[in-house]
Design a binder for this molecule. Structure first.
Ligand code: GSH
Length: 342
């Protein structure tokens, strides 16, 4: 069913996936209307199966408006519905690397995002005081206070979902710091992960980094001190409506930048072992994921959605032609990511 514009989206500025999708709509010049959670416009619309931010309202096969979530399939549906300014690289080999890095941002970098927002006092206080005002700004202070307390309590209780705890904090924090360094090195030679035009992975990174680098004080201070270029990138890349992308702007399979392979090395170092241990725990119905990541202990509740992420990545890998798969495997060899597809 073709969608009509403007697209309607419910989201919030504090949500990394909202920022990811909003930046894609802006870059792709797709007209949209954004509404906030809890507003009249939101309450009048259908509810998704799982209430997540952002939620899009799109027609189903019969033309009926339904609520749809999950940025990864959503942005791919928009590719089918709207032509031009694609965020999926044309070469299937490059598109695979893009999908892998997008998944890493959505599912691993978000651990840092959620961890930093709800772990240290300064970040908790800032988020608790501002997040409720993003639902409605014209309210008296006494009305905000209970909402602040409610949101902070609920989110801190949910830290286990992403695997942030005292055991895993050092792994998450050092991965974030390495990532800043590696991404900064990459950006010194080209403006996007995917070359001179952005891919879905760029928007995945962007979404999480709007929180980490622009909003939450602890990770933002680290970024501004060690990688000011990334701060500049995030503010700039949120609004790419004026760019004129060309086919030759994508990186090519024959010249994968060493700095991109170094980033894939971070994916292999932390995210690959996590995905494998998590999928095994989910499969065995285990109470906990207990593994070693980056030579340090890792423990968290199993996360069924992320077992699906591994399955999707494997299906994508298997769907490549034999030639393309061999090229991908060659690029991933030695990064640690190859373990995902062994
Ligand atoms: N995989 C989803 C994740 C979306 C998601 O987890 N959104 C968060 C906020 S950024 C959420 O709505 N969490 C539940 C809640 O806050 O109630 C996507 O890519 O859109």
């Amino acid at each position: 069913m073709t969608v009509s514009t403007p697209l309607w989206m419910m989201g919030a500025p504090g949500s990394p996936y909202t920022r990811k999708m909003r930046a894609i709509l802006r870059y792709r010049l797709i007209p949209f209307r954004m509404i906030v959670q809890g507003s009249e416009a939101h309450l009048a619309r259908p509810r998704p199966k799982v209430g997540l931010l952002p939620t899009f309202y799109l027609p189903d096969e019969s033309g009926q408006e339904v609520a749809v979530t999950d940025s990864t399939p959503l942005l791919r549906r928009l590719e089918e519905e709207f032509e031009g300014r694609s965020v999926i690289p044309t070469d299937p080999v490059v598109a695979f690397l893009d999908a892998l890095l997008e998944d890493f941002a959505d599912e691993w970098l978000t651990k840092a995002m959620f961890h930093y927002r709800w772990h240290y006092r300064a970040d908790i206080d800032k988020a608790a005081s501002i997040l409720p005002l993003w639902q409605k700004v014209d309210v008296a202070d006494e009305e905000v206070k209970p909402l602040s307390d409610f949101i902070a309590k609920r989110q801190i209780e949910r830290l286990w979902v992403v695997g942030s705890n005292d055991t895993t904090a050092p792994v998450i924090e050092s991965s974030y710091q390495r990532l800043l360094h590696l991404f900064d090195a990459h950006l010194q030679t080209q403006p996007f992960l995917m070359g001179h035009r952005p891919g879905s992975s760029d928007f995945g990174f962007l979404g999480q980094l709007t929180c980490l680098v622009l909003f939450d004080p602890t990770p933002a201070a680290i970024a501004v001190e060690t990688a000011p270029r990334i701060y500049a990138w995030v503010e700039w890349a949120e609004e790419l409506s004026g760019m004129e992308p060309k086919e030759e702007d994508w990186i090519t399979r024959d010249a994968i930048p060493p700095t991109l392979r170094a980033l894939l090395g971070e994916v292999g170092r932390v995210y690959a072992p996590f995905l494998l241990a998590n999928a095994e725990a989910v499969e065995q119905g285990a109470e906990r994921v207990e593994t070693t990541i980056d030579d340090r202990p890792w423990t968290q509740k199993p996360f069924p959605y992320q077992a699906k992420c591994l399955r999707w990545l494997r299906e994508h890998h298997a769907s490549l032609s034999a030639d393309d798969r061999a090229r991908v495997d060659g690029i991933l060899s030695g990064t640690g990511c190859e373990a995902l597809f062994a």
